[in-house]
Design a protein around this ligand. Structure first.
Ligand SMILES: Nc1nc2c(ncn2[C@@H]2O[C@H](COP(=O)(O)OP(=O)(O)OP(=O)(O)O)[C@@H](O)[C@H]2O)c(=O)[nH]1
Length: 190
């Protein structure tokens, strides 16, 4: 006889960052497995995905936010019941990296907890040889200052996209005391 089914663990994750850094492309790559070929400005989308992490089933809700500029208001949907934040910049666009600090500060102001699970993502890694303008070291340093995980990805080439969400769940579950950190916290870079 089959055993009782394990209920999926529900976690809500928000992607934030300047417009055009690839938040929707990363989300669609992860949720639907493809790279959209047309750019479509996001108002705000909520996606769901069943995902297995460390042998456990997760029911993920992924909020793909409208891109935030310097003076954008903090999205209300990101203020409540969000377990972790994925902050995205594009490695070929310095402005998107500079603004990620402002977005980080707004998260801290609005969520009001000292420790918030965060993953910093440098997207568009496929452009690293032609037009990189933010170094890996700079990304790593910022993530260290925030005590966040760090990863460089390409939604286009499907480089390390799933790893973003594994890092996110690791940050969420270790902050909640549900898993033991395996080693002293450090950046995980692909
Ligand atoms: N080269 C490259 N282009 C990418 C990558 N990810 C996204 N893009 C392109 O960047 C543009 C913006 O992508 P989106 O995913 O719509 O960006 P977004 O951050 O969701 O944008 P907003 O909805 O305006 O906030 C599109 O033209 C994508 O094709 C990537 O990994 N590499």
């Amino acid at each position: 006889m089959p055993g009782p089914e394990t209920a999926a663990i529900q976690r809500k994750i928000a992607l934030m960052g300047y417009p055009c850094v690839g938040k929707s492309s990363l989300t669609l790559r992860f949720v639907q497995g493809h790279f959209p070929d047309a750019y479509d400005t996001t108002i705000e989308d909520l996606h769901t995905k069943l995902f297995k992490f460390q042998g456990k089933p997760y029911d993920l809700q992924v909020i793909d936010t409208a891109g935030q500029q310097e003076y954008s208001l903090f999205p209300r949907s990101c203020a409540l019941d969000v377990h972790g934040y994925i902050l995205v910049y594009a490695i070929d666009d310095r402005k998107t990296f500079e603004i990620i600090q402002t977005i980080h500060d707004k998260i801290m102001e609005n969520v009001g907890e000292t420790s918030v699970p965060l993953v910093l993502v440098g997207n568009k890694l496929d452009l690293q040889h032609s037009s990189r303008s933010v170094s890996t070291e700079e990304g790593k340093k910022l993530a260290n200052a925030w005590k966040a995980a760090f990863i460089e990805t390409s939604a286009k080439d499907n480089t390390a996209v799933q790893t973003i969400f594994e890092h996110m769940l690791y940050e969420i579950e270790s902050a909640a005391g549900n898993i033991q950190p395996t080693k002293k916290k450090e950046c995980r870079v692909m």
